[in-house]
Design a protein around this ligand. Structure first.
Ligand code: IVH
Length: 667
């Protein structure tokens, strides 16, 4: 293909893909199948690689993010990014209305909108093109999170139609819809990572991630609700947003122009119920004066506009009886109190259990078995008890005493200084701990051994396994005696166990169940230290030098390998033939052994992803940010100024793409 037709083809594919992105992510109305979409995207990607002279950072191919981490640059807001005053009752809203009417003569319009429960963002555009995305920060300065925001498909990078000011900012809320939040938490729990408490935390956590490639995988969405420019097309806020909708922005369908505060009350009452049907969280409604002229007349206080306020919904609560409190024992021995409740309907689901977290929380709330308690769903995975209805308390109810011995093995519980949780220290013989460890060991992301919870229980009850190493000593004949097993199922289990011996080291490390060593940390440890002996023998300094390994993880690793029982289990697993070192076969050389290299900028011959692979397959480590431990900075075009400055300050040598390729023998 000649240059000219390649250019035309690239431009036309970009235009088409932008349109399909809009149809899918903004209008929820895809016009082509995912398959066809991917085909076009691949074609564009191929052409852009073949003709790099037509690269464009706003191309739809650039929405996948990169794994380069970047410290966020702080930039000043063009307009202060203020918050809103909150009201919690209709009386307070009436006061707001009265204040306005005192200051403004004659009729005016309100706009009532949903109050999205996410994290605020300002998007800047110049000549119809996305420029920058800035977080609220302290209202005067925010973080430049452009790389992450560009991965959000409902945000247009190139505007449609016309009529937009040459330069403007549009503000809105980045949020995570329920479905994406749930999927993400399931995955986090599977990876042994802490679940996010609610979609808002998940959205703001995601937005601040250092790795935009990861951000791209989490399905963030963005609603825009405030247009700012020196040249606004209309006086009406509502009219400006309607126009912004035609430029490709996602603007809520639910905003309404209203004439009086009574109409605002109706809007509130409607959404107080209706919000339960929305696919994302809102925490209230926002009322704004529509006219920009009147907004300017009313102005701002030091923190909030006088022309707008919010009404916050009360969190949904239900009252029910606390029937009993159970204690769950986790695989690490952590004890979690769980309340059994008289079933009650709350936010569309029947709630029977609620978390009580730990002894301190029980004490603080002074909950007693038999009390009537208030339960709330704050987006958490299981609801929580937030209070006791003392009016209904039967005074004969005794104060609740936290257990002192393990309900399973009777061992006295311990509570470390500074920790909220009680633990059962009998890790070797406490049945739920052993079973929990085995279940974790065989789980899909760990050793992927095909056995249900009930099977683990059966094997344990029948004394066939006492720890994870026991799995590798199981014989088919032993299984066949058990009621649950037939020839085929017994054979399958034995084969699945055998197969697990090939599972790569990082997953074996994760399977071992070291506290705080989830799937991601295990991968980092395996990559940096290469084998189990190096990990076992690493001291605190060596561990904490590894990026992402903090004090808490390092201490937990050291404690794990200090326990004789763990060493005993490890030796057995080594003898069984499990993988305890990373596969060096994938290494092409050791030239970069021990070298920490940071990549920055854009490159001519290889993509960043390819360069990262080349670093790793030659024994080096691709670090995400520059520190005193960085050996080289592999620099391309358009490097961020902040990074450049840091590199110069620390005296880190800079190498070009060609120098790097020479180093590893590719040039
Ligand atoms: S307008 C100067 N409209 O709620 C007024 N904010 O608690 C700018 N929010 O800072 C804000 N939905 O992050 C506005 N429809 C909406 C909103 C909204 C959610 C957020 C926003 C704001 C915060 C105040």
């Amino acid at each position: 293909m000649d240059e000219n037709s390649a250019k035309n083809q690239i431009l036309s594919l970009r235009h088409e893909l932008n349109k399909h992105n809009y149809q899918y992510y903004v209008l929820n109305n895809p016009l082509i199948s995912d398959f066809e979409f991917d085909k076009k995207m691949n074609e564009l990607d191929r052409l852009e690689k073949e003709f790099p002279q037509f690269a464009d950072s706003l191309s739809p191919t650039q929405r996948v993010g990169s794994d380069i981490s970047k410290e966020f640059e702080q930039i000043p807001h063009l307009y202060p990014m203020l918050s809103l005053a909150n009201t919690y009752s209709k009386e307070e809203l009436l006061d707001f209305d009265k204040r306005i009417r005192k200051l403004i003569e004659g009729e005016f319009e309100y706009v009532a909108e949903l109050k999205f429960d996410g994290t605020a963002i300002g998007l800047r555009y110049k000549n119809g093109k996305f420029e920058k995305a800035v977080t609220r920060g302290d209202g005067a300065m925010g973080d430049d999170v452009s790389a992450n925001v560009k991965t959000i498909k409902s945000i247009p990078l190139v505007l449609q139609n016309s009529g937009f000011p040459d330069e403007f900012e549009i503000r809105g809320e980045i949020l995570l819809p329920h479905s994406a939040f749930e999927a993400m938490n399931i995955e986090r729990l599977e990876n042994d990572e802490q679940a996010f408490a609610n979609p808002r935390n998940a959205a703001s956590g995601t937005l601040k991630m250092q790795n935009s490639g990861e951000v791209a995988k989490r399905k963030l969405d963005c609603f825009l609700y405030y247009l700012l420019s020196e040249n606004l097309p209309h006086d009406g806020h509502f009219e400006n947003l309607s126009l912004a909708k035609s430029w490709g922005f996602k603007i809520s369908e639910h905003s309404k122009k209203l004439k009086s505060i009574n109409e605002v009350f109706e809007f509130i009452d409607f959404w107080n119920d209706e919000r339960k049907k929305l696919p994302f969280d809102i925490d209230g409604i926002v009322v704004k004066i529509n006219s920009k002229r009147l907004q300017d007349e009313l102005g701002f206080t030091s923190k909030t506009p006088r022309w707008a306020t919010s009404y916050k919904f009360k969190a949904e609560q239900a009252e029910t009886k606390l029937v009993s409190i159970d204690f769950q024992i986790g695989r690490t021995g952590a004890i979690t109190p769980v309340a059994n409740l008289q079933p009650v309907l709350l936010a569309g689901t029947t709630v029977k259990r609620a978390s009580l977290h730990n002894a301190d929380i029980i004490n603080e709330l002074d909950v007693r078995v038999g009390d009537f308690v208030y339960v709330e769903k704050g987006g958490e995975i299981i609801p929580k008890i937030v209070g006791v209805n003392l009016n209904k308390r039967n005074e004969t109810l005794p104060k609740f005493e936290f257990i002192e011995i393990c309900p399973s093995c009777n061992t006295p519980l311990v509570r470390e200084d500074g920790e909220a949780q009680h633990y059962c220290p009998n890790s070797k013989n406490c049945a739920p701990q052993i079973k929990g460890k085995i279940e974790h060991f065989i789980s899909r992301k760990a050793m992927n051994i095909n056995a249900a919870e009930a099977t683990v229980d059966l094997l344990f009850q029948n004394g066939l396994i006492r720890n994870v190493a026991g799995l590798y000593e199981l014989k088919k004949e032993q299984l066949l005696i058990l009621e649950r097993f037939a020839e085929k199922s017994a054979q399958n289990l034995i084969e699945s166990i055998e197969e697990s011996k090939k599972v790569p080291f990082e997953r074996v490390l994760f399977a071992m169940g070291i506290r705080f060593v989830g799937a991601t940390v295990a991968k980092i440890l395996a990559k940096s230290l290469k084998n189990i002996h190096a990990i076992m023998n690493a001291n605190y300094e060596q561990l904490t030098q590894i990026e992402e390994i903090g004090e808490r993880i390092a201490q937990s690793i050291i404690a794990f390998f200090n326990a004789d029982e763990n060493i005993e289990m490890l030796n057995k697993l080594i003898a069984c033939g499990l993988q305890f070192e990373i596969e060096e076969a994938s290494l092409s050389s050791n030239i970069l052994d021990g070298k920490s290299i940071v990549i920055s900028g854009t490159f001519e011959k290889y993509s960043r992803e390819e360069l990262k692979k080349l670093i790793e397959t030659n024994g080096g480590k691709n670090a995400s940010s520059v520190s005193k431990n960085t050996n080289f900075l592999l620099a391309g075009e358009n490097m961020g100024p902040a990074k450049l400055e840091k590199v110069k300050k620390l005296g880190v040598p800079i190498i070009s793409e060609n120098e790097f390729l020479k180093m590893i023998g590719l040039l």
